[in-house]
Write a protein that binds this ligand. Structure first.
Ligand SMILES: [Zn+2]
Length: 484
């Protein structure tokens, strides 16, 4: 029997050595020193309340933080004081000009067939109505095809209600972002949009729209799911439905704002940077607790823990709290522009902007350059696969947190600008089951933040940041020349 079994064993041994060889090429082995550091980060993150207490202060003492608002300025000053007090180096405000959109007074009143106030929130960046408001008959559509089918004859002079069922965010958000211009093209005078979320307790959602330059700019507001459904039932019943919309929304000239930047210096590879980030701005309702106060505290505390424990990873850790993610990503654009000659020094760029649901893993964003040749695309795919193998080799270190899901996906709206320039992006992959219940609503408040989950999220991001800053290998070696 033995002689016949040997070749099988030999084949197995060869297979094992080959596969571990491949894994080694992608991910250098985790050293004992690194394992110890990971264990200390985990223990420290799960027993400290700094992130939770910091987020409470941000939410309750400052509140929501729209671009151009005094509260955003306060939040910038608050986070810089906090980072300095925690011993970060080179704490600074890097300037960015941001839009100054103001909601103003707003209301939507159903006039016919019954009179009642509607539960609404104007959509960010919308124009206001004329001073006397707009009164018009409502036509309801469930999607853009139905809008096109109505044509100009069915739309001109009317208010269009988009009552699109929530499927997923990226699909459904199109009605909020593009609905106004699509309806204006057919002569609509205003649009109402069913809020973009799966459930509602009379909680309308805001968000940003973008107008097509060549088309008239008409006012746009979101309705609660409840009121969108009611108007849809009324129009379906054949009733004449008339609404009066009054919106004081307006936009002033751009104003000065800033990204907050702070560092934990590296050692022998200090020139290289692992950037960890969240966005400090929010919509002008609620407290911006999940979006994205949590992400800011996760980024700050992850870096703070590494510094506090004196772990001294090789690369510099740079915390960035972005300004103006919600209505322009001007902070991210300004950073990408200001640091355009140093993109290659960014070994990885991390963003947490998906609320405080439990971290399940990380999403890898490695892109070919814009207008890539087939060869560039193939090279980027190879780099991405190599980086993914490196993350997967680290996944067992995240097992205590259940954060082992390493996948390919978007890293975040802000770091996306750096990914486009060739940096390797990592999005923190949060459980988003409940995120869109409160996203961009008055209900995005601190009471919705789970203390234990926040600590675990800080732990996962601290461990990933540390590994990326200390590993001999980078996720992506250097951007190709084609990225520049
Ligand atoms: Zn966000």
């Amino acid at each position: 029997m033995m002689p016949r079994r040997l070749p099988i064993l030999a084949t197995l041994a060869l297979f094992v050595s080959l596969t571990t060889g491949v894994a080694r090429a992608a991910a250098p082995p985790v050293t004992e020193r690194q394992r110890t550091a990971v264990a200390r980060l985990l223990g420290e993150a799960l027993t400290r309340d700094d992130a939770y207490e910091g987020l409470r202060e941000l939410c309750d003492r400052i509140g929501h933080r729209l671009s151009g608002s005094a509260q955003l300025d306060s939040a910038i000053a608050w986070s810089m004081r906090r980072l300095r007090a925690q011993g970060f180096s080179r704490v600074r405000a890097e300037p960015a000009m941001v839009p100054a959109w103001v909601r103003g007074e707003e209301r939507a009143t159903l006039l016919e067939p019954v009179r009642r106030e509607l539960s609404m929130l104007g959509i960010g960046m919308s124009v206001g109505t004329p001073p006397g408001g707009i009164t018009a008959e409502v036509v309801t559509v469930s999607d853009f095809d139905q809008l096109e089918a109505l044509g100009e004859a069915g739309v001109r002079g009317r208010i269009v209600l988009f009552d699109a069922p929530f499927t997923n965010y990226s699909q459904t958000v199109r009605y909020r972002s593009a609905g106004a211009s699509r309806a204006a093209k057919l002569g609509a005078v205003a649009v109402l949009v069913r809020s973009v979320g799966p459930v509602s307790l009379d909680t309308p959602h805001t968000g940003a729209l973008s107008y097509v330059d060549s088309l008239p700019r008409i006012p746009a507001a979101c309705l609660s799911l409840e009121d969108a459904a009611m108007l849809h039932r009324l129009t379906d019943s054949g009733a004449r439905v008339r609404v009066h919309l009054q919106m004081g929304a307006h936009q002033g000239p751009d104003v000065a704002s800033a990204n907050v930047v702070a560092e934990v210096p590296g050692t022998d590879l200090a020139r290289e940077i692992v950037l960890v980030s969240g966005h400090l701005d929010s919509w002008d309702v609620g407290q911006g607790a999940h979006d994205d106060g949590a992400g800011c505290l996760i980024a700050m505390e992850a870096a703070h823990l590494i510094h506090r424990l004196g772990l001294k990873p090789r690369r510099t850790i740079r915390v960035v709290l972005w300004t103006n993610e919600e209505n322009g990503t001007r902070g991210a654009r300004a950073y990408a522009q200001a640091h355009r000659d140093a993109i290659a020094d960014h070994a990885a760029v991390i963003e947490s902007d998906a609320g405080n649901g439990a971290v399940l893993g990380f999403q890898l964003d490695v892109r070919p350059p814009a207008g890539a040749t087939a060869a560039d695309s193939a090279a980027a795919t190879r780099e991405r696969d190599r980086a993914l193998a490196m993350l997967q080799a680290w996944a067992p270190l995240f097992e205590p947190l259940g954060a082992t899901r390493m996948s390919v996906g978007g890293a975040g709206a802000d770091v996306g600008h750096l990914c486009a320039a060739g940096a390797a992006g990592l999005g923190v992959d949060h459980d988003m089951t409940r995120y869109f219940d409160v996203h961009h609503t008055r209900a995005d408040t601190f009471d919705k933040i789970d203390r234990t989950t926040l600590g675990r999220n800080v732990a996962a991001v601290a461990i990933m940041t540390y590994l990326l800053a200390d590993s001999p290998e980078r996720l992506r070696a250097r951007p190709t020349a084609a990225h520049r």
